[in-house]
Design a protein around this ligand. Structure first.
Ligand code: ADP
Length: 386
């Protein structure tokens, strides 16, 4: 079997067909020879018929008598038997060889599109993943395989590009605070003597930039370690939001933003820490990107027997339609300076989207009727905790 498995498909098909043909032909030849030999023996043993006797005797009617065939006839039968055997073996070999050659030729032609596809696939590499292969105009497995391959390279291309953007953004985000630190230290070193104010200013810059770096690294770690936290339980959505409100009350107060909660008794199955982080992030964004005197409404209700809809609506600066399409990408920020000023890293929404996806849910963003944004999360309902 392993010898067969190591052969190219064309040769494998030919060997298998030849094996099958050989078995069938040998069987058929044996049966034919056996029945031909039995027939010949029966004919040999058959008495001469009266009519035959009449013709042998020149048509003079005689009393019907039974005569066996002469010895010469029996020898001819033996020869015929041997001839039949040789001929049948020759035809058998002819069919096996002919069948093998035809299979080799036909399978070669049938596999030609596969060879063509293989040639095209060999030219695909990390730099031309966006190029699609030509789909053959047939409706066979090869066409199906080509379409599947094109879909796969398309997805790979998307994730490669996203990864490139992610690495570039991560490098940029990490480099900026380091560059600020370096410049400040260089300027500081140029002077021989320093006043207390200059020391304080330098320490404050170091503190701010280190904090920024810490936040960034911890966000990056959160994103990569998400899969390590697999603990699941049934949670009342209300409990999560009540905790969020008490945690964010202070920030909301500082921004003069009012928080409100309208929540039913929906239960979801999931990881409390992750879901808390996701909803807290959305609510915190609602405060950060809001206007003074604005509101953040959190509305939770069952949309049907199987799903719960969670809305986080703010009356803030809103998000343009163009930006809405890419807002969940890591490091994407509409207003970079405002985000930085608020201590943002641009990783919040992409972490939220990953958490919601991990819980088999969806997240969308639309405009809030009263200006601002409306983030809608749909999650499957769970059963009440015991
Ligand atoms: P950040 O850490 O910058 O807040 P996020 O990933 O949480 O990063 O958000 C990405 C960007 O989306 C933000 O920089 C901001 O421009 C925009 N954004 C997020 N939430 C809101 C919101 N509620 N209203 C307006 N813009 C928002």
């Amino acid at each position: 079997m392993s010898v067969l498995e190591n052969m190219p498909i064309r040769l494998r098909l030919t060997v298998m067909t030849v094996a099958l043909l050989t078995v069938c032909c040998i069987g058929l030849t044996l049966i034919l020879n056996f029945s031909a030999s039995r027939m010949a023996t029966r004919i040999d043993a058959m008495p001469l018929l009266p009519a035959l006797q009449d013709s042998v005797n020149g048509g003079i009617a005689q009393s019907p008598s039974v005569t066996t065939l002469p010895i010469a006839t029996s020898a001819a039968t033996q020869k015929a038997k041997i001839d039949f055997k040789i001929e049948s073996i020759m035809y058998m070999l002819f069919i096996i060889v002919g069948g093998g050659l035809s299979t080799y030729y036909i399978s070669g032609r049938a596999l030609q599109p596969l060879h063509k596809l293989n040639g095209q696939v060999k030219n695909i590499n990390a730099h031309n993943l966006a190029e699609t292969l030509t789909v053959p105009p047939t409706k066979d497995e090869i066409a199906e395989l080509t379409v599947t391959f094109n879909n796969m390279t398309g997805k790979l291309d998307d994730s490669f590009k996203m990864q490139q953007r992610f690495s570039a953004s991560a490098a940029h985000e990490l480099r900026t605070p380091l560059a600020v630190l370096q410049t400040k230290v260089d300027v500081f070193k140029k002077k021989k003597t320093h006043t207390n104010e200059e020391y304080d200013a330098l320490i404050s810059v170091i503190e701010k930039q280190t904090q920024r770096l810490r936040g960034l690294v911890s966000n990056l770690l959160d994103m990569t370690n998400m899969d390590d936290n697999d603990e699941q339980s049934s949670i009342y959505v209300k409990d999560i939001f009540e905790d969020i409100i008490s945690e964010l009350a202070h920030i909301a107060n500082n921004h003069q933003v009012t928080l409100s909660l309208d929540c039913d008794d929906s239960v979801i199955l999931g990881n409390t820490d992750l879901l808390y982080r996701a909803f807290c992030n959305l609510a915190e964004n609602g405060i950060k990107y809001n206007i003074d005197g604005g509101t953040v409404e959190m509305i939770v209700n069952k949309s049907n027997d199987e799903q719960v809809a969670i809305h986080i609506k703010d009356t803030g600066i809103g998000i343009d339609d163009e930006d809405k399409k890419i807002i969940f990408e890591p490091f994407y920020r509409v207003d970079k300076s405002r985000s930085r000023q608020m201590g943002g890293t641009g990783l919040g929404l992409s972490t939220v989207a990953s958490i919601i996806k991990k819980h088999n849910g969806t997240i969308t963003v639309t405009d809030n009727a009263k200006n601002g944004t409306d983030f809608t999360v749909i999650l499957p309902l769970g059963s009440s905790p015991k």
